[in-house]
Design a protein around this ligand. Structure first.
Ligand SMILES: Cc1cc2nc3c(=O)[nH]c(=O)nc-3n(C[C@H](O)[C@H](O)[C@H](O)COP(=O)(O)O)c2cc1C
Length: 190
């Protein structure tokens, strides 16, 4: 297989795999480190390397579930509160084998959107590596992540921008739902 064949296969087969599909099988620390390591190779303007991660495993997962539930209760009005939604936080965190909080360190050296873009590139590296190792993953971005700073021990200039849920699974690859690229590309040749 050429490099193109390998890269394109992994890119096309990567899917967001959600907690309900995860099986009860531990992701070894070595595998988590293989996934994390590839984040460090993302492009980064002025080498700010803004990607920061908090790895949550074992009892940390239940604590994160509790924290999300607590924040949800605090932040929604009693009229908006839904017991089902509240329960879903603990349910999803318990289905995951590992959750990596995706954090961004804002350097002040470049516009903030460039830090966000670099972290997103880093997360895609992780998602592709996870796929290549048959680990299911997805980027979750509930509004509550804005209030996770204390739980995650983030510094003043750091911000959580998502939770990368991970778990082994038995899903077969499926065709993603995408409209054609031709609709999204303009060419200027003259
Ligand atoms: C920045 C970002 C945030 C996302 N947040 C959520 C989320 O909060 N909940 C969710 O179900 N999926 C979330 N997703 C995953 C998308 O639902 C998923 O990428 C989309 O359905 C396309 O499916 P695919 O990843 O399998 O190609 C997020 C993806 C990105 C890139």
């Amino acid at each position: 297989m050429s490099n193109y064949d390998i890269v394109s296969k992994v890119i096309k087969e990567r899917r967001s795999i959600f907690p309900a599909s995860y099986i009860n099988k531990e992701i070894p620390v070595e595998v988590i480190n293989q996934i994390l390591e590839t984040a460090n190779y993302a492009p980064t303007h002025k080498l700010t390397q803004p990607w920061r991660f908090t790895v949550i495993r074992k009892n940390g997962l239940a604590r994160l579930g509790e924290e999300l539930g607590k924040l949800y209760k605090q932040l929604v009005s009693p009229q908006q509160f839904l017991q089902k939604k509240y329960d879903s936080f603990a349910e999803k965190t318990s289905q995951a084998n590992c959750i990596i909080a995706i954090n961004m360190a804002v350097s002040g050296k470049i516009p903030e959107w460039e830090e966000l873009a670099a972290v997103s590139c880093a997360v895609q590296n992780m998602a592709l590596t996870a796929e290549s190792l048959r680990v299911g993953a997805y980027w979750s971005s509930p509004p509550l992540i804005d209030d996770l700073g204390e739980f995650l021990g983030l510094a003043e200039n750091e911000k959580c921008i998502g939770l990368f849920y991970m778990g082994y699974h038995n899903e077969k690859p499926w065709e993603p739902n995408r409209t054609s690229m031709a609709e999204k590309v303009k060419w200027i040749e003259e």
